[in-house]
Design a protein around this ligand. Structure first.
Ligand SMILES: Nc1ncnc2c1ncn2[C@@H]1O[C@H](COP(=O)(O)OP(=O)(O)OP(=O)(O)O)[C@@H](O)[C@H]1O
Length: 295
C-alpha cells in the first residue's frame, strides 16, 4: 500500500487555500519510558468531518488532549484555526468545543443549569443561552430530562449533554473523543444528525473512534494512528486506497492483519470439565462434541 502520509501539504493545508483547522508539527509526548506520541505531523482541513482512528493505546487521546490545550506537549507546535494552542490559548479555547474522554461534568447541576452555566462562562448573553439551550435540549431529546441532575443521567445522556455544552458557543472546530461510545442507536442517529448539520455550515468536526464503519460512513477525511505515529492521513478514498473497506485498509496500516489470535488460545472453545490444566490429554480437541459435559 502506498504511503499516504504525504497526501497533505503541510505548508498550505489540504488544497493550498484555507489554513487547516488543525496543524501539528513534530509533536511528542512521553510518560516516563512510554512514548505516547512520537513526533507526529498533521494537517486537518477546515470544514470537514475528520476521523482519528487507531488501535487501543495508539496515542489518540494523548494527541487530542494536547491539541485542545489540556495536556502540555514535550515538543512540537500546534495551531488550531490559525492560532498557536500554547502561545495563545484563550484565542484557541474561544474557537473550539471539546467532548473529552472520561467526561467530567458538574454532577449536581441539572442538564439545563449545566448549559446555562457553560453559556455564561463562554460570555454569551443570558437570553441567548436560554434560547440555544432550549433548542439543543430539544434536538438532542433531553428536554424531558432537563431538570434532572446530571449525576442521574445515563451514559448516553451524559454524552448528549456534554455535546450540547461543547456546541453552545457555536465553535469553529469541535473535538470529540469517542462520541458514540455507550450511545444507543437512536441517540447515535440524533448526534449524527446534529454533527452533519454543524459541518454543513462550514465548521470542522474531529473525532476519535474505533468503529470503522462509522468513520467510513461519516467522515470525508481520516488520519490513522498506531504506536504514537501517523500511518496515513488524507481523504477517505486516499486512505482506503485499493482496500475493499476502511476496516481492511486500517488493519493493513496498523499491521494487525497478520496477527492470528486463535493459535495461542487453542484451549478456548475446547472441551470443558475436569480440573486438569493445560496439557490434560483426555479432554479431546476443539469441536470434539464434549462441550455439554460436566462443569
Ligand atoms: N497519564 C498517562 N500516564 C502514563 N501513560 C499514559 C498516560 N496516558 C496515556 N498513556 C500511555 O500512552 C499510550 C497512548 O495512550 P492513549 O490513551 O493516548 O491511546 P488511545 O489511542 O487514546 O487509546 P484507546 O483507544 O485505548 O483509548 C498508551 O500506551 C498509554 O498507556
Amino acid at each position: 500500500m502506498p504511503d499516504r502520509h504525504d497526501a497533505v501539504d503541510m505548508a498550505g493545508g489540504a488544497s493550498g487555500a484555507a489554513p487547516p483547522a488543525v496543524r501539528v508539527e513534530g509533536l511528542w509526548k512521553r510518560f516516563g519510558q512510554q512514548v505516547a506520541v512520537a513526533g507526529i505531523d498533521l494537517a486537518l482541513p477546515a470544514g470537514k468531518f475528520i476521523g482519528l482512528v487507531g488501535p487501543n493505546g495508539a496515542g489518540k487521546t494523548t494527541t487530542l488532549s494536547m491539541v485542545t490545550g489540556l495536556l502540555r506537549p514535550d515538543q512540537g507546535r500546534i495551531e488550531v484555526a490559525g492560532h498557536d494552542v500554547w502561545q495563545d490559548p484563550a484565542a484557541v479555547k474561544a474557537r473550539i468545543g471539546v467532548l473529552p474522554e472520561g467526561l467530567r461534568l458538574f454532577e449536581r447541576l441539572s442538564g439545563r443549569e449545566l448549559l446555562a452555566y457553560t453559556g455564561r462562562l463562554r460570555g454569551l448573553p443570558g437570553a441567548e443561552v436560554d434560547k440555544r439551550a432550549t433548542q439543543l435540549l430539544d434536538v438532542l431529546d433531553l428536554a424531558g430530562s432537563q431538570h434532572k441532575l446530571v449525576i442521574d443521567y445515563s451514559t448516553g445522556m451524559r454524552k448528549k449533554i456534554g455535546l450540547a455544552a461543547a456546541l453552545l458557543h457555536n465553535p469553529e472546530v469541535l473535538f470529540l473523543d469517542e462520541p458514540f461510545e455507550g450511545v444507543d442507536p437512536v441517540s447515535a442517529q440524533t448526534i449524527r444528525g446534529v454533527l452533519e448539520r454543524y459541518t454543513a455550515s462550514g465548521a470542522t468536526v474531529i473525532f476519535s473512534s474505533h468503529v470503522m464503519e462509522l468513520v467510513e460512513s461519516l467522515c470525508d477525511w481520516v488520519a490513522v494512528m498506531a504506536a504514537g505515529q501517523i500511518r496515513a492521513q488524507g481523504t477517505l478514498a486516499e486512505v482506503r486506497g485499493d482496500a475493499p473497506s476502511l476496516q481492511r485498509a486500517f488493519l493493513a496500516l496498523v499491521g494487525a492483519d497478520a496477527r492470528d489470535a486463535g493459535e495461542s488460545l487453542d484451549w478456548l472453545g475446547g472441551a470443558r470439565g475436569g480440573a486438569g490444566g493445560a496439557g490434560g490429554g483426555t479432554q479431546g480437541g476443539p469441536g470434539g462434541g464434549a462441550q455439554g459435559g460436566a462443569r
